[in-house]
Ligand binder design. Sequence first.
Ligand SMILES: *[C@@H]1O[C@H](CO)[C@@H](O)[C@H](O)[C@H]1NC(C)=O
Ligand SMILES: *[C@@H]1O[C@H](CO)[C@@H](O)[C@H](O)[C@H]1NC(C)=O
Length: 227
Amino acid sequence: MRLGGVVSALAIVITLFAIWGISVNKTYLWALKENEKYEVQCKDIPRSDCSPPVLFKAHPGCCPHKICPADQYPFFIRSGVANIVGPKICFNNTIIMGEVKNNIGWGLNIVVVQGETGEILKSSYFNTHSGGLLEFLKSVQTGNKIFVASYEDPAVVLTDEIREIFAGLGSTMSRSVKRRDTWVFAGAAGIVKESPFEKLVANDEKSNVYGDWPEMREVGGCFPRKI
Ligand SMILES: *[C@@H]1O[C@H](CO)[C@@H](O)[C@H](O)[C@H]1NC(C)=O
Ligand SMILES: *[C@@H]1O[C@H](CO)[C@@H](O)[C@H](O)[C@H]1NC(C)=O
């Protein structure tokens, strides 16, 4: 009887902590979202005059400015955060896809760039409702670069054939991406080795930071024009 009481009390305490944890991160997500909106409003204002009004400055909407050698292009990819904050793909220190540009969606967000000139060839997002990812990937030509960011659930569009195409673009993790995982990847058509620019976080209810979703991930660096 007494032991039962202790166990119930423990269960209640654990549940309360779990609820508290989720609400803490709801606040964090809200702050991220507010942060993004504010960054949109002040994107043409000097950074020193423009600090977001919310709790902390977590992941600002602008691209982290990066200088690369002349034969390389800077890029930056951030995955979506849970199903709340959209992903961001920057190329040459410019946002190509993001909340700011209102051109992102659940599923996979993808930008394709002409390798040497740096021209943006196409950008789109794919989920069960939009389809078309296979045709999109088949039109990627040798030397093109590809930048991929997950949002909410990347696995919905990943057929075996599509996973293999990503593997051919340098991905070592595309075959392992599961429902609601976080995945960011930069690769190239004609790449001979594995891309170093890839991160995957598994959706695991025991370690998820956002309830049904794991932590977000970022990857960035200098991508060689020629591969
Ligand atoms: C909430 O999210 C932040 C950032 O992702 C993380 O550092 C923190 O541990 C999370 N808090 C809880 C209670 O899960
Ligand atoms: C990349 O950025 C540099 C510096 O802003 C600019 O001069 C160049 O034209 C850009 N290249 C492309 C392909 O956008």
